[in-house]
Design a protein around this ligand. Structure first.
Ligand code: NAP
Length: 272
């Protein structure tokens, strides 16, 4: 992304994760500017060498891509603020907000503005993000490539066929790091209850999560086969899995994912 100028509006969790991921991957800080309505979060980013602004329009001036990373309830106001600047430069607007539709963004920015909706996640900070993307009709092939490169600078990125599928990406990837942290919290807590030292329990649980993910990435077999390889009949793993099945752990996880999708749709209605 060395020649593409990127502006980030909002210096919160998600935008900071993308910025740090891009810098860790070797992007030049001088190609990145970022704005936030309050100063403290900008100070840290400023130390990384990116240009920081309190004024959103100043940050977006001359940007090729403007990444909007404010809360869904704040994003349309930000669009109103930057629309003239974006129109003048022809910048592509990339929104990472959950529950704000392309139609809602077009209502403020105009249908002629190239807009990409992206649903990334915070492992972007360590170059291990996973994002889904969807573009409006105004996005050119070059715009698609540029938007994809922003997200691929800090992980993987995949285009979805319809905008509704962004909600599915929220359930599977955007919100999902928190599911894994939640499960890890349980593993660590019970490890401690069973007598392990807290640090030991955390190190073992996190490394196991990492190792399991790596096995899945490298495996030529499906997930159930990988699970079966750890599950000897009548053994300890089977005892644990039988309990999970009796308590319908998978059903619970799927219900949580449907709740995430329902909330994204509700948020879109709230943005009306
Ligand atoms: N967090 C995730 O895992 C995740 C994953 C996928 C997508 N997203 C999406 O990413 C977006 C941001 O989420 P987040 O978790 O990063 O939230 P966050 O940490 O609260 O960040 C939002 C940032 O926007 C700033 N801001 C608010 N209004 C502004 C304005 N008018 N002008 C400039 N800056 C403004 C806030 O500044 P202050 O510091 O002054 O409040 C804050 O730093 C959301 O739309 C969310 O749906 C998040």
């Amino acid at each position: 992304m060395s020649v593409t100028k990127l502006a980030f509006v909002g210096a919160g969790n998600m935008n900071s994760a993308i910025i740090e991921g891009l810098l860790n991957a070797g992007d030049t800080p001088s190609s990145i500017s970022v704005s936030n309505r309050s100063a403290p979060k900008l100070e840290r980013l400023s130390k990384l060498g990116v240009a920081t602004h309190i004024n959103n329009v100043d940050a977006c001036d001359q940007a090729d891509i403007i990444v909007l990373g404010v809360k869904p309830s704040q994003i349309l106001d930000v669009c109103r603020e930057i629309r003239t600047t974006a129109a003048r430069s022809g910048a592509l607007v990339l929104s990472v907000a959950a529950g704000v539709t392309i139609a809602q963004l077009e209502q403020v920015l105009g249908k002629e503005t190239p807009i990409v909706r992206a649903m990334p996640n915070t492992p972007s900070t360590v170059g291990a993000g996973a994002a889904g993307l969807f573009a409006n009709a105004a996005v050119s092939e070059k715009g698609r490539t540029d938007a994809q490169r922003v997200l691929e600078g800090c992980g993987i990125a995949t285009w979805v066929e319809s905008e509704e599928l962004i909600d599915a990406v929220i359930a599977v990837a955007g919100s999902a790091p928190a599911y894994f942290f939640y499960i890890l919290e349980a593993l660590v807590e019970e490890g401690i209850n069973l007598g392990l030292a807290p640090e030991q329990a955390q190190t073992l649980a996190v490394q196991t999560c990492f190792g399991a993910a790596k096995l899945c990435q490298n495996a030529e077999t499906d997930l159930a086969t990988l699970r079966n390889k750890v599950t000897s009949p009548g053994g300890t793993t089977q005892a644990a899995l039988t309990t999970f099945k009796e308590l319908d752990l998978q059903g619970t996880i799927k219900a949580g994912m449907r709740a995430a999708v329902a909330r994204a749709r509700e948020m879109a209605q709230e943005n009306g």
